[in-house]
Write a protein that binds this ligand. Structure first.
Ligand code: FES
Length: 67
């Protein structure tokens, strides 16, 4: 689902960037979110705030002990 229709920006992209620790302003700077009509801004800020509370999942494999 697009969060920002003007920029064809998926909600999941915003969530992923926020989970990596980016602020709304940082996400806005690289994606253009809310830079056109602005109707998505309030929802984008809520999604960023929610997502920053949930840390990014590690993509590395678990380390096994050989001892
Ligand atoms: S829908 Fe995001 S700027 Fe228009």
């Amino acid at each position: 689902m697009f969060l920002c229709i003007c920029n064809a920006l998926p909600e999941q992209t915003v969530r992923s960037l926020a989970r990596e620790g980016m602020s709304f302003e940082e996400i806005q700077a690289i994606t253009g979110c809310s830079n056109c009509c602005g109707s998505c801004r309030e929802m984008a800020e809520v999604i960023v705030a929610e997502s920053r509370l949930t840390p990014a999942r590690s993509t590395s494999l678990p380390v096994m002990s050989l001892a």
